[in-house]
Write a protein that binds this ligand. Sequence first.
Ligand SMILES: [Zn+2]
Length: 267
Amino acid sequence: MTYKKLLTLLSICCFSSSSFAFLPQNSLRAGGIAVLPISEDVQQVSFQNMPVLLTHEAQKKYAIVGIPLSTPVGSVKVDTDQGPIHLDIQPYAYAEQHIQLKDQSFVEPSAEQLARYKQEAEEQQRIYHSFTPSTWNSFPRFIAPTPGKFSNSFGRKRFFNQEARAPHSGLDIPAPVGQKVVAPANGTVVGIGDYFFNGKTILVDHGQGLISMFCHLSEIDVTVGQHVIQGERIGLVGKTGRVTGPHLHWGMSLNDARVDPQLFLQK
Ligand SMILES: [Zn+2]
């Protein structure tokens, strides 16, 4: 038996609330994930009117709840068909980031650019709201979509040319143009586009409202409806859309909440 296999077995036998073999890390903060052990009797779970992902691990049932970045600190309620579960959202200090953009249209888009953005945002919202049955037996283990040092950029409060904008909803991985981007887990390509802010983008549905997003690509190698397997090349790193340099923007959405992608990777 390999050391890695032994570790996996140990973590299945002796798992605690914060350490699972396959499940994401439990992190009760805005932009985090709640990994909730639930009774086998629970059939339906929802959070803020969105259906919640349910899975099994080591013969136990779990609800995996995405917590939106806009969630205030304090108690929030997860609804189940067996009664509510209360979560205590903890404070978390995300950093601030001040970005100077030479192209002012990315800070104050024209009416035409805003109309384009609105349509693109609606298309992405439709995908984030979708809920397809899962095809996995246990929660998919994720790998990083491209090599590189993760800047701790998820959740940053951003100011573009001194103007406050929405917090950063993904993780930036600085990498050279042309570096390979792979599917971090099995899934189906549900959206591709060349968006105003996000540039060339791919959205992959992993099942049960778990969607990954890859932005600013220089090349897209997949088509909508295509099934991708973990590690398969889907595109190349680029610098399309609103960027200050080449990098991969990796987003993860769960029950329409943008959550920290690092929580899906093993520590
Ligand atoms: Zn980004």
